[in-house]
Design a protein around this ligand. Structure first.
Ligand SMILES: Cc1cc2nc3c(=O)[nH]c(=O)nc-3n(C[C@H](O)[C@H](O)[C@H](O)COP(=O)(O)O)c2cc1C
Length: 193
């Protein structure tokens, strides 16, 4: 008897999810290229959620990577509380993926050097070269970044790495929604959607 294609997809769910996650950083049009990253705010600020660009997804390590400005509040938040969650939504797939993670923050070292090598000749370089820290109040709405040689060596790029601890997949389907929790040890539990 032939297996239903949907059941086959579900057998291979972890593989399918990592396929999409790995494609997203290389495809400008992939919905999963720009997930929401949620952290615990410092003090009484409450939860903090923002859009980030997914730079790398590693299926063998179950890890995700994001670049940020080392002075941005999310860095201090992740250093104080490394538990963080990504929310991905794909209209094409009709899938939501919530990814629970444990973060680490690299402010210098090989990862940062390699990331800066990739970014420094692109327009995104200016995101990591501002004189003032992100979020600081400024006197006008304009951003001005001088790309002098000094500025380029004085970048503030930090690499955020996220070890995935579990994934919550929700598929919206006309024939009934599906939901599952997946763990790096290969476990998969079906959940009530
Ligand atoms: C489409 C999009 C992509 C973004 N990508 C990043 C990113 O990769 N890294 C980053 O630090 N901020 C990125 N931002 C800006 C963040 O959403 C946020 O405004 C900024 O990082 C400040 O966040 P924080 O104050 O919580 O640290 C992006 C915003 C948008 C709209």
């Amino acid at each position: 008897m032939q297996q239903d294609p949907l059941e086959r997809e579900e057998d291979q769910l972890a593989t399918r999810l990592w396929q999409e996650l790995s494609r997203a950083p290389h495809d400008r049009h992939h919905d999963w290229r720009t997930p929401t990253l949620s952290t615990q705010g410092l003090g009484q600020t409450g939860p903090q959620a923002r859009t980030v660009v997914l730079r790398h997804a590693d299926v063998s390590l179950w890890s995700l990577m994001v670049y940020t400005d080392s002075r941005s509040p999310k860095c201090a938040e992740l250093l104080a509380q490394p538990l963080a969650q990504f929310t991905f939504w794909s209209k094409r797939l009709n899938w939501q993926l919530r990814v629970s993670t444990q973060a680490s923050v690299d402010l210098d070292g090989e990862q940062v050097r390699a990331a800066w090598e990739k970014v420094k000749a692109t327009r995104a370089a200016s995101d990591y070269l501002s004189e003032l820290p992100p979020g600081q109040i400024q006197s006008s709405s304009k951003t001005l970044v001088e790309m002098s040689e000094d500025a380029v060596s004085d970048h503030h790029l930090a690499v955020l790495s996220f070890k995935v601890t579990s994934m919550d997949w929700l598929a919206l389907r006309k024939d009934g929604h599906r939901r599952a929790r997946l763990k790096p040890n290969g476990s998969l539990e079906w959940l009530v959607p």
